[in-house]
Design a protein around this ligand. Structure first.
Ligand code: PNS
Length: 165
């Protein structure tokens, strides 16, 4: 049984994340999408909203389940009995941060390996932060986020003039 963990903030999940989850779920028996619960950082959506959006977006992949963790990723890995961390790579600019993360995790838990999956070109510019910003200023985010995320963004940031009461 090969179990991998795909950790992240997923605030919210984007189509780029969905793509990485699809690719990795095809390679492993089980994939746990692990949403970081950061008590120091509030974020846009709370942990339950992020998990709900991720579950909805990944429902078509049978060997995926969505969970959350607090504290160190390596502790969660050990708790889940998984030795494979999945991270997506978009551009060279991701590399430095990802390299640091992978090295730190290796230092903390040498038995754990980080696997990188290169994203599809069409998602190479996507991030949760940029999607929120574009949406916030009225730009189109069509094709960038799953429908459930779009719906929640509209609820959270109603377009001017739209009465949501
Ligand atoms: O989607 P993100 O924000 O790039 O994901 C980053 C994440 C959640 C993978 C990373 O911040 C993390 O693993 N945090 C948990 C704390 C931890 O284990 N830190 C040690 C490595 S620096």
């Amino acid at each position: 049984m090969r179990k991998a963990v795909y950790p992240g903030s997923f605030d919210p999940i984007t189509n780029g994340h969905v793509y990485i989850a699809e690719r990795s779920a095809a390679l492993f028996d089980e994939l746990v999408v692990a949403v970081l619960f950061n008590t120091q950082k509030q974020g846009t959506f709370n942990i339950e909203e992020r998990k709900a959006m991720a579950r909805e977006a990944l429902i078509h992949i049978p060997n995926v389940h969505v969970s959350s963790f607090e504290g160190l990723l390596v502790d969660f890995m050990r708790q889940e009995r998984s030795r494979i961390i999945i991270r997506g790579l978009r551009a060279l600019s991701d590399f430095e941060y990802e390299f640091q993360l992978a090295q730190m995790n290796r230092q903390l838990a040498p038995e754990i390996e980080t696997f990188f999956i290169v994203t599809e070109a069409q998602y190479s510019y996507l991030s949760s932060r940029s999607v929120k910003e574009v949406f916030h200023f009225g730009g189109s985010i069509q094709g960038m986020v799953p429908p459930g995320v779009y719906r929640r963004l509209r609820e959270r940031f109603p377009p001017p003039g739209l009465d949501m009461r």
